[in-house]
Design a binder for this molecule. Structure first.
Ligand code: NIG
Ligand code: FE
Length: 415
């Protein structure tokens, strides 16, 4: 049996909980001054004040991980990314700097469809290798669980290949991956005006194979003006739900279509983006317990208005924060950037930000029972910062202050 002790922390943030935290409960990060953590066989055995914990154990039995007077907290959960894709769209970013807008680029055949072309041209091995490199970077930022979506295939073969790449990457021991099937992510030229047919194709030809092979836990759709409308989104998501999948939705990102309301109606696990979500939609999500996953790095890089994070929390929502790493709108997996933008531009308190990238992120990938907090029985997914207080997270802006990353009790990164 492997036994480890994390000692000499200035503070341990437990972020304790086994489900999402709503509204004002997001302020509760369970701070224990001079705390310690006991780990046995990769799981958290006990957390508490060091002096108390040491009374009951024989310290010689343990391998010590010395936090050296710094903050200890749960590993981050990045609950919305598109990290498996072929090719890049760097030139599109420069077009946007020059004034072109994201949806216009998409309408003239660029955007997501351009990544679809490169992804179709990529072999399974290439997708795995590229994906692995991106995961390496996430781990260094302290991410111990990540969600990844398909959606750069659109056709059966490539959607399955993307999901299979993630299945192979799931064998890694340093990060857990939750997989999402996002077949209806964009409309190719031949389906323009025939979006209903494309939804039929996804429901009848692609979804059953994804389900049969057990390749995804969640289904997702890009519900947006000029992509898929609410009716098409409802039809696809209902079919996925009937097939036993949990639901996510890219909702109300550019235009207020009612995606938040749809997420509440269908009992989705989360609705994501939500820059334009209506008051009614926000209210419905809070009431139905749908997690609001906010992606401020995307708003930043597209120069859009930020989602109303403060308003959502004040109105009882459970907010999660994620990077949205993808090759188009948001090519970043930077946790420091995510922390800066959410605290400065969505008026979230740092405690709420921490909740949003730990326990609420875990809830957004239906893993609040096993990760996202330092609670007895959960995986020992823990990070140690290079500073003695969590207040350094927004304060040391744009800098990765994660020093040590522990996954299931093993040190997997040292910065
Ligand atoms: O979450 N909004 C839709 N999908 C992605 C962007 C995909 C892309 O531009 O490649 C998102 O931002
Ligand atoms: Fe996305």
């Amino acid at each position: 049996m492997s036994k480890r002790l994390i000692l000499n922390a200035s503070e341990v943030l437990t972020c304790s909980g086994f489900g999402p935290k709503f509204g004002e409960d997001m302020m509760d990060i369970g701070r224990i001054e001079k705390g310690a953590v006991i780990i046995e066989d990769g799981l958290i055995k006990k957390v508490g004040v060091q002096k108390e914990l040491l009374k009951d154990i024989n310290i010689e039995d343990y391998e010590i991980i010395d936090a050296k007077g710094n903050t200890v907290m749960p590993g981050f959960v990045d609950s919305h990314t598109h990290f498996v894709f072929g090719g890049y769209r760097a030139e599109e970013f420069s077009w946007r700097l020059r004034g072109d807008n994201y949806m216009d680029i998409m309408k003239r055949g660029g955007g997501i469809v351009s990544s679809v072309k490169s992804t179709r041209e990529s072999t399974l091995e290439e997708l795995v290798a590229r994906g692995a490199k991106r995961l390496d970077s996430m781990v260094k930022f302290g991410v111990t669980t990540v969600e990844g979506k398909s959606g750069y295939g659109l056709d059966l073969d490539t959607e399955i290949r993307q999901l299979e790449a993630m299945k192979i990457l799931k064998e890694r021991k340093d990060i857990d991956i939750a997989t999402t099937f996002l077949g209806p992510h964009a409309v190719e030229k031949q389906y323009k005006g025939k979006e209903d047919e494309f939804i039929d194709y996804q429901i009848n030809e692609v979804l059953p194979v994804v389900v049969e092979k057990g390749l995804a836990e969640f289904a997702d759709i890009f519900c947006e003006d000029n992509v898929f409308n609410v009716e098409q989104s409802r039809r696809f998501l209902q079919a996925a739900k009937d097939a036993g999948m949990k639901l996510k939705i890219h909702a109300d990102e550019i235009v207020q279509l009612g995606g938040a309301e749809l997420a509440a109606e269908l009992g989705a696990t989360s609705a994501d983006h939500l820059l334009q979500a209506s008051d009614k939609g926000i209210e419905a999500m809070a009431e139905k317990g749908v997690i609001s996953t906010l992606l401020p790095c995307t708003a930043f890089l597209l120069k859009e208005e930020y989602a109303r994070g403060r308003y959502m929390i004040d109105n009882g929502c459970a907010v999660a924060l994620a990077t949205d790493l993808n090759p188009g709108s948001c090519f970043t997996n930077s946790i420091p950037l995510l922390i800066s933008l959410s605290s400065l531009y969505m008026d979230m308190r740092i405690e709420e930000v921490i909740t949003a990238i730990t326990i609420n992120g875990a809830a957004a990938v239906s893993r609040a029972d096993s990760v996202g907090s330092i609670d007895e029985g959960k995986k020992a997914d823990i990070i140690i910062l290079d500073f003695p207080s969590y207040h350094f997270l927004p304060y040391h802006a744009g800098v990765n202050i994660v020093k040590t990353v522990i996954k299931s009790g093993e040190i997997v990164a040292q910065n």
